[in-house]
Design a protein around this ligand. Structure first.
Ligand code: C2E
Ligand code: MG
Ligand code: MG
Ligand code: MG
Length: 276
């Protein structure tokens, strides 16, 4: 009886594994056709300057709606796009679309607005990254200082290579943010060696900032350290007035989160009002 039970469990496990593998394969197959079928969209989330209480920029976040697999979140499909190399054309599409959107906003009264675009590791180490970004900026007709490239700590594990790429990016005139700061393995010392402009505190450190002293201390320490290195700090995932209060008290420069707005389609962005 026990043996039979065991075998059944084993079969159940197999079926689940097959199901997962099948889903993964289906996503991969659909992903290959997604660009030509025009299934991607960008949503934009405001980045708010906390001194002026006004929107200074937008982060572009990709969305994918597919007939067969439905809505798949970027946390799910970006890793598959990375593995398959599809991230290269998808990433180019993201950059081009968001810079054209920015151009449109600049032409319609939102002059100083900046756009932040996420880069994945495979894009970061792609040999023609720099000319690709340069050409796309020129094609869109915006100044490079309005573009911010977001990378994560894990991409800078190879300090020498990363340093070269980051300096080339700086030379183009774009800004650089370290995204999800605090969740990676890298040491803090590398920060000094890289030409970085902003540090984004990951939302896991913001979550309990108003209720938990040690979480507040972590956030405060990141802010102080960043300021000492001459970096501006952006808090991610700000959802409440209380969290915002703590961040302002510690001179956090900018914030992003549902408290201000969820990511929205481009046409809704100009209508966003910052709560006063
Ligand atoms: P990220 O760059 O750290 O983006 C922030 C994520 O937090 C977004 O999730 C955003 O919708 C979410 N978020 C913003 N405010 C709040 C809040 O107040 N509370 C909570 N709970 N969440 C909040 P999203 O859009 O699902 O994107 C997830 C990740 O996927 C991004 O993390 C980024 O790493 C990646 N990603 C998104 N778009 C792109 C893209 O175009 N290219 C690449 N390479 N990666 C992308
Ligand atoms: Mg980001
Ligand atoms: Mg982040
Ligand atoms: Mg993230």
């Amino acid at each position: 009886q026990a043996k039979k039970q065991g075998r059944n469990n084993y079969q159940m496990y197999d079926v689940l594994l097959d199901r997962k593998a099948f889903e993964r394969l289906q996503i991969e197959n659909e992903l290959r056709k997604a660009l030509e079928r025009n299934e991607f969209a960008l949503h934009y989330q405001p980045i708010v300057n906390l001194c002026k209480n006004e929107i200074k920029g937008a982060e572009a976040l990709i969305r994918w709606q597919n007939e067969r697999v439905g809505h798949v979140s970027p946390d799910q499909f970006i890793p598959i796009a990375e593995e398959t190399g599809l991230i290269i054309p998808i990433g180019e599409w993201v950059l081009k679309t968001s810079l054209l959107q920015l151009k449109d906003w600049h032409s319609n009264g939102m002059d100083g607005l900046t756009i932040s675009v996420n880069l994945s590791i495979r894009q970061f180490y792609q040999p023609d990254l720099i000319p690709m970004i340069k050409e796309t900026i020129e094609l869109a007709g915006v100044e490079p200082r309005f573009l911010t490239i977001e990378i994560t700590e894990s991409m800078t594990m190879d300090v020498e290579k990363a340093s070269v790429i980051l300096h080339e990016l700086k030379e183009l005139g774009v800004n650089i943010s370290i995204d999800d700061f605090g969740t990676g393995y890298s040491s803090l010392s590398y920060l000094k060696r890289f030409p970085i402009d902003h540090l984004k505190i990951d939302r896991c450190f913001v979550k309990d900032i108003a209720d938990n002293k040690s979480d507040e201390n972590i956030a405060t320490t990141i802010i102080l350290m960043a300021h000492n290195l001459g970096l501006s700090v952006i808090a991610e995932g700000v959802e409440t007035e209380d969290q915002l209060g703590v961040l302002k008290q510690h001179r956090c420069n900018e914030a992003q989160g549902y408290h201000f707005s969820k990511p929205v389609p481009g046409e809704e962005f100009p209508g966003i009002k910052v709560p006063s």
